[in-house]
Write a protein that binds this ligand. Structure first.
Ligand code: FES
Length: 129
């Protein structure tokens, strides 16, 4: 193998190796939401439901550094869920979920779908809906 070909093959393998280390959502379509458009998320403990790419998305400001995202549809029978008193609640049949999306009590048995969300200055980056 020629030195130049060897270098190209090595570079390609290195790129693939680095790509494997990145989280899956690094390659997904991403959406940016300005914090000014969702002022409830400027304060810790704030929450808002927005519609993005035909998906209802519940965003919760967990801490100064973290916003979490969930599909805002209950896993029981698809009613909307909302953030209430430090948990996520479905008012249809009263399922409760913790702030990781896990069921605290049913009738729902499956966790809420989590959506990758990251804070980037004055923007919220949402990926992989
Ligand atoms: S639809 Fe949410 S608990 Fe039934």
């Amino acid at each position: 193998m020629k030195k130049r070909t060897f270098f190209k093959v090595g570079l390609a393998a290195l790129s693939l190796g680095l790509a494997a280390l990145l989280p899956k959502w690094a390659f997904a379509k991403k959406y940016g939401v300005a914090l000014s458009k969702v002022p409830a998320l400027k304060k810790v403990g704030g929450a808002v439901t927005i519609r993005l790419a035909d998906t209802d998305l519940l965003l919760i400001r967990i801490s100064k550094e973290e916003v979490r995202g969930f599909n805002a549809v209950c896993t029981h029978q698809s009613c909307p869920v909302a953030f209430k008193q430090n948990e996520i609640v479905c008012d249809c049949h009263h399922s409760h979920f913790d702030l990781t999306g896990k069921v605290k009590h049913g009738p729902a048995t499956k966790s809420l779908k989590t959506i990758p969300v990251a804070l980037d200055g004055e923007r919220i980056i949402v990926g992989d809906l």
